[in-house]
Design a protein around this ligand. Structure first.
Ligand code: PEP
Ligand code: MG
Length: 567
C-alpha cells in the first residue's frame, strides 16, 4: 500500500493512466533577428492563450466558474506586463524564445517556491504549467491527451497541473494520484470540486505504478492499493456504496433550517477565499459566509490589488449572496501566509511577529484601501468586517478609529456605504479569549478561530510533527478558552461564531451547542454533514455532555468520552 495526503474524499477503483512529462529539450541558439523571434514568441503566446481559454471554457461548463478561473489566472500571469516584457527583453538580448520563457518562468518559480506557505508555493506550480505549455507550443509538441482517457481511469502523474485537470472528463476519471501537492493545491481543489477521489504527495508514484495496473484510490484515508486482491476490491466496493449512500442521504438537509433536535436554531455559514466560492455556499445552502479570507485576493496577484479591484471582488461576493451575511476578514498576512510584494521581513518567529492587524495598523497605505473597498461594497449587501489576531483592546479600537476616519472621507466624497456596518473581533489568541469580556463591549460580534487559538494556547507550531500530539481543540485548555469566549459574548449580547476547522468536528459540535455558540462557519462541503450532526443533538443532551466533558482532565479523556457518546 502507498500512503499520501487525503486530498479529495471517496474511493476510486480503476486502471492507471500515467501522465508522463513532455520532452521539452531544445537547442539554445543565439538569435540575431530578434524581431522575428519576438513575433514567433507572440504567435506561440496567442496559440497558448487561445488553447487555455478553450480549456477554461470546457472546465467552466463541466466543473464550474471558480475552477475555470484557475486557468484564466494563468492568462493573467502570462499577460502580466512584468512577465511578458521580461521574456521579450531576453529575446531582444539574443536568447531564443524557448530559453527566454524558461529563464523568466524559472525566476518567478524561484521566488514563489521560497515562500513558507503552501498557497504561495502553488503559484510556482502555476508558472511551471505556463512554462511547459508555452515551450511545448513553441516546439510544436502535443501534451498527453487526458481528454481521451477511457472510463474507469486513475490518473497518475508527478503533478497534475490545472491545465491537465481542465481536460478531465469527470465521468471517466475515478481517481487521481500525484507525487506532489497538498490539500490546498489547485489539483486538490479541482479534484474536490469534481468529486474525484485523490491522494497526493505519494512518493515515487509515477515510477511504482505502471500503465494499465489496477489500483484502488482511497481519497478519504490517503491510501493507494496496487494490484488489489479480489477480496480487497469487494471490500472497497462495499465502502464506496456506503460513502455514496451517506452522501445521498445528506441531500435531505439541503435548504433545511439548522436546528437542534429540540428546536434551538443556530446559524450555519461557510468559509470562503474567493468571490466565486459563494456559488458553493448557495448550492450547499449555507446561510451566509462566516469567514472570507481576503489574503487569497492578495496571493493571486503579483502586486497589491487596488481599492477598486477589491471593491469589485467584495461587491461580486455580496451580490451572489443576496441578503445573506458576509463576514470579511481584513488582511491576515504573516505567520504562515507570506505575500512577497508586501515586503515582510524574514523573522525568526513569524507566528509571534509582525502579522495580521499588527502589520495592517502599521501600514495604513496597505490597510486603508482595503477598508475603503469594504465600506464601499457594504452599500450592496450585508457585509461585516472582522479583525484577525487581536491581542489587546487598542488594536481593535485602532481599527475602529481608522474605519471612522474613512467613513468621514466617504461622506465628504458622497460615496454610499452602510453606516451601521458591524465590526467584529476574531478570537484566535489566548490573550483575546482572556479579555473577551473587555473586547465584547467594543465588538459587534466574535468569531473563534480555533486553528490559531489551539496553536497559541498550546504553544504548538502546527507544522512540527514532534509536538503535533498537543495540537487539539479537545485540550481542556482550549475548551476553556472557547467556553469563556462564548460566555463573555453572550453576557454582552453579541453573537459568537466559530470559523476554525473545529466548528465542523462532529465530536465538538455538542460542546459548542451547549456553550451557546450562535454561528458555525465551515467549508461548503461540510455544510450538510454539520447540519445533520446539529439536528441529532438536543440542547438538553448537549448540556449534560458538556458538563461532564468539562470535568475531565486530559485531552485523551475528553476525546474518549465524546467518542463514546457520539451520534
Ligand atoms: C483560525 O485561525 O481558526 C482561522 C480560521 O484562520 P486561519 O485558518 O485563516 O488562520
Ligand atoms: Mg487564524
Amino acid at each position: 500500500m502507498l500512503k499520501g495526503i487525503n486530498a479529495s474524499e471517496g474511493i476510486g477503483i480503476g486502471k492507471v493512466m500515467l501522465i508522463e512529462e513532455v520532452n521539452l529539450e531544445y537547442e539554445k541558439k543565439k538569435i540575431t533577428d530578434t524581431q522575428a523571434e519576438i513575433e514567433r514568441y507572440r504567435n506561440a503566446l496567442d496559440a497558448f492563450c487561445e488553447k487555455t481559454e478553450k480549456q477554461a471554457e470546457n472546465i467552466k461548463n463541466t466543473v464550474g466558474e471558480k475552477e475555470a478561473e484557475i486557468l484564466l489566472g494563468h492568462l493573467l500571469m502570462i499577460k502580466d506586463p512584468g512577465m511578458s516584457s521580461s521574456i521579450e527583453g531576453n529575446i531582444s538580448n539574443g536568447s531564443c524564445a524557448e530559453e527566454a520563457v524558461e529563464q523568466v518562468c524559472d525566476m518567478f518559480i524561484g521566488i514563489f517556491s521560497m515562500a513558507d506557505d503552501e498557497l504561495t508555493k502553488q503559484r510556482a506550480s502555476d508558472i511551471e504549467d505556463i512554462k511547459t505549455g508555452l515551450i511545448s507550443t513553441l516546439l510544436g509538441k502535443e501534451e498527453v491527451d487526458i481528454a481521451s482517457a477511457p472510463a474507469g481511469t486513475v490518473l497518475v502523474a508527478k503533478d497534475l497541473t490545472p491545465s491537465m485537470t481542465s481536460c478531465i472528463i469527470k465521468e471517466n476519471i475515478v481517481g487521481i494520484v500525484t507525487e506532489i501537492g497538498g490539500k490546498t493545491s489547485h489539483s486538490a481543489i479541482l479534484a474536490r470540486a469534481m468529486e474525484i477521489p485523490a491522494v497526493l504527495s505519494v512518493d515515487n508514484a509515477s515510477q511504482i505504478l505502471k500503465n494499465g495496473d489496477e489500483i484502488i484510490v482511497d481519497g478519504s484515508h490517503g491510501e493507494v492499493i496496487e494490484n488489489p486482491s479480489v477480496g480487497e476490491i469487494s471490500a472497497y466496493k462495499d465502502k464506496t456504496l456506503l460513502f455514496k449512500k451517506e452522501k445521498e442521504e445528506l441531500k435531505k438537509f439541503l435548504g433545511k433550517e439548522t436546528v437542534t433536535a429540540d428546536g434551538v436554531k443556530v446559524e450555519l455559514c461557510c468559509n470562503i477565499g474567493k468571490p466565486d466560492d459563494a456559488d458553493a455556499v448557495i448550492s450547499k445552502t449555507g446561510e451566509g459566509v462566516g469567514l472570507f479570507r481576503t489574503e487569497f485576493l492578495y496571493m493571486d496577484s503579483t502586486s497589491q490589488p487596488s481599492e477598486d479591484e477589491q471593491f469589485e471582488a467584495y461587491k461580486k461576493t455580496v451580490l451572489k449572496l443576496g441578503d445573506k451575511p458576509l463576514i470579511i476578514r481584513t488582511l491576515d498576512v504573516g505567520g504562515d501566509k507570506d505575500i512577497p510584494y508586501l515586503g515582510l521581513n524574514k523573522e525568526d518567529n513569524p507566528f509571534m511577529g509582525f502579522r495580521a492587524v499588527r502589520y495592517c495598523l502599521n501600514r495604513p497605505d496597505i490597510y486603508k484601501p482595503q477598508l475603503r473597498a469594504l465600506l464601499r461594497a457594504s452599500a450592496f449587501g450585508n457585509i461585516k468586517i472582522m479583525v484577525p489576531l487581536v491581542t489587546c483592546l487598542e488594536e481593535f479600537t485602532g481599527v475602529k478609529t481608522l474605519i471612522k476616519e474613512i467613513m468621514a472621507d466617504l461622506d465628504n466624497e458622497g460615496i454610499a456605504y452602510n453606516k451601521d456596518i458591524e465590526i467584529g473581533v476574531m478570537i484566535e489568541t489566548p490573550a483575546a479569549a482572556v479579555i473577551a469580556d473587555v473586547l465584547a463591549q467594543e465588538a459587534d460580534f466574535f468569531s473563534i478561530g480555533t486553528n490559531d487559538l489551539t496553536g497559541y494556547t498550546m504553544a504548538v507550531d502546527r507544522g512540527n510533527p514532534d509536538v503535533a500530539y498537543l495540537y487539539s481543540p479537545f485540550q481542556p485548555a482550549v475548551l476553556r478558552m472557547i467556553k469563556k469566549t462564548i460566555e463573555d459574548g453572550n453576557a454582552n449580547h453579541i453573537p459568537v461564531g466559530m470559523c476554525g476547522e473545529a466548528a465542523a468536528d462532529p465530536l465538538l459540535i455538542p460542546i459548542l451547542l451547549a456553550f451557546g455558540l450562535d454561528e458555525f462557519s465551515v467549508s461548503a462541503t461540510s455544510v450538510l454533514k454539520t447540519r445533520k450532526i446539529i439536528s441529532l443533538w438536543s440542547k438538553k443532551e448537549a448540556l449534560e455532555v458538556a458538563k461532564k466533558a468539562m470535568t475531565l482532565k486530559t485531552e485523551k479523556e475528553v476525546v474518549e468520552y465524546l467518542t463514546s457518546v457520539a451520534k
